[in-house]
Ligand binder design. Structure first.
Ligand SMILES: [Zn+2]
Length: 408
């Protein structure tokens, strides 16, 4: 099959005008000028007309469990109040609601051009109940042991059992305030092929809890029975490095995808600069704005050399699952980042975070045929047009399969 478009953004050099991609099965065979691709390949030609063909978008941090919470959590005074409000809404939901919520989320994400998602689920047992998952999904079992500190190993074991129903897996100790150091280490030791993710240094209250041993999150966690003897000294980042270094191999930190990282002290930056194996970082611009967190230190993290990607987080703190909207929100706070750089955060960078830098995120021979098309007018900068795209994506291919017939 040959797919032709007025522009093809391969993510390897400049976009190709009047370009085409040859596809066989679920793989990209070749990409180049339409005339050359047509001369060398046979099969049906799909002409997408005045559109740009792009690698499918990759959402590096999401919780589809909570798609049904859209609009239900109003802005709270403190981050701790938000957690309380989310917990209260969650208590009203049954497993069938979560299944419906996850399916709804998949549909929404795909409509917005997402072909791969890193999805954290608090209910890994539900994975077996889902059929026809429409996009490439990494399932991370989100784990919390704060209420059962003696059941950590059992918690990880049952997550591993549930994840047998998923093809691509990972583990997600929720955050340092809800997951013990033991849980982080059990996750690191569980399966060398699993990816790992966690929430870190998200709110001022988390820093206050760990560094100062005070504040609303400190009081909340203390009241639910969390041992608080690790609080009052170090920053969340210091705790994370300590929790993940002792049991890890020298390579294991680059398996961590760290969400948030808004709250970093000067000494934290010194630690980050010294790290040999760097983790990946996910920023969720609209959820970040919703909670009113401290400014995400993008330029400093980028200057140190961190791989930074974008995610939507859940609809408890966001209005939809569009990564295009996420790119625009990021652009508003980081206007000096080029649109191409921003687009990489949802393609090339996110693929690298998932360890898929040789399979996803670019249009390149041998890569998976995950492609989307968006309108473009061939004037001006293509990447500016891509970031500005605010309509549903009406042409999408996942793993070589077209979801919608081309209108072009
Ligand atoms: Zn999250």
């Amino acid at each position: 099959m040959i797919v032709r478009a007025s522009a093809v953004a391969t993510m390897d050099g400049s976009p190709i005008a009047n370009g085409a991609v040859a596809i066989s099965g679920n793989q990209i065979l070749e990409v180049g000028k339409f005339a050359e691709i047509k001369a060398r390949n046979s099969g049906p030609i799909i002409d997408l007309g005045e559109r740009a063909l792009l690698p499918g978008l990759i959402n590096a941090h999401c919780h589809l469990d909570y798609t049904c919470l859209r609009g239900k959590i109003s802005c709270q005074e403190t981050f701790t109040d938000c957690i309380r409000a989310i917990n209260s809404e969650k208590s009203k939901l049954a497993p069938a609601d979560y299944v419906a919520s996850i399916n709804k989320g998949f549909t929404q994400a795909k409509k917005a051009g997402t072909t791969t998602i890193a999805n954290l689920t608090a209910f890994p047992d539900l994975i077996r109940e889902l059929s026809n998952i429409p996009i490439r999904t990494w399932w991370f079992a989100e784990l919390i042991d704060v209420r059962l500190p003696n059941g950590t190993k059992q918690l990880v074991d049952s997550a591993l059992e549930a994840l047998k129903f998923a093809k691509k897996c990972g583990l997600a100790p929720h955050a340092l305030y809800t997951a013990s150091k033991n849980l982080y280490q059990c996750c690191e030791g569980a399966d060398p092929n699993f990816l790992l993710t966690t929430h870190l240094a998200e709110s001022r209250e988390e820093t206050e809890m760990f560094r100062d041993g005070s504040g609303p999150l400190y009081e909340f966690m203390k009241n639910i029975g969390r041992p608080m003897d690790d609080c009052g000294h170090d920053t969340p980042l210091m705790h994370f490095i300590r929790a993940t270094a002792s049991s890890s191999s020298p390579q294991s930190n680059n398996k961590w995808i760290v969400a948030h990282l808004n709250e970093l002290s000067e000494s934290d930056f010194e630690l980050l600069e010294k790290m040999k194996e760097r983790f990946h970082v996910v920023h969720s611009p609209r959820s970040h704005k919703y909670f009113g967190h401290s400014r995400f230190p993008f330029s400093r993290l980028k200057a140190i050399g961190f791989n930074i990607c974008l995610g939507t987080d859940s609809l408890a703190s966001n209005e939809n699952l569009s990564l295009f909207a996420e790119m625009r929100a990021f652009q508003r706070t980081e206007p000096e980042s080029s649109p191409e750089q921003i687009f990489k955060m949802t393609t090339v960078n996110a693929a690298a975070a998932l360890g898929q830098q040789n399979r996803l995120g670019r249009i390149r021979p041998g890569f998976q045929a995950d492609l989307i098309a968006v309108p473009c007018n061939e004037r001006g900068d293509l990447f500016s047009e891509i970031v500005a795209c605010d309509s549903d994506v009406d042409w999408i291919m996942v793993d070589g399969k077209m979801a919608t017939e081309s209108a072009g």
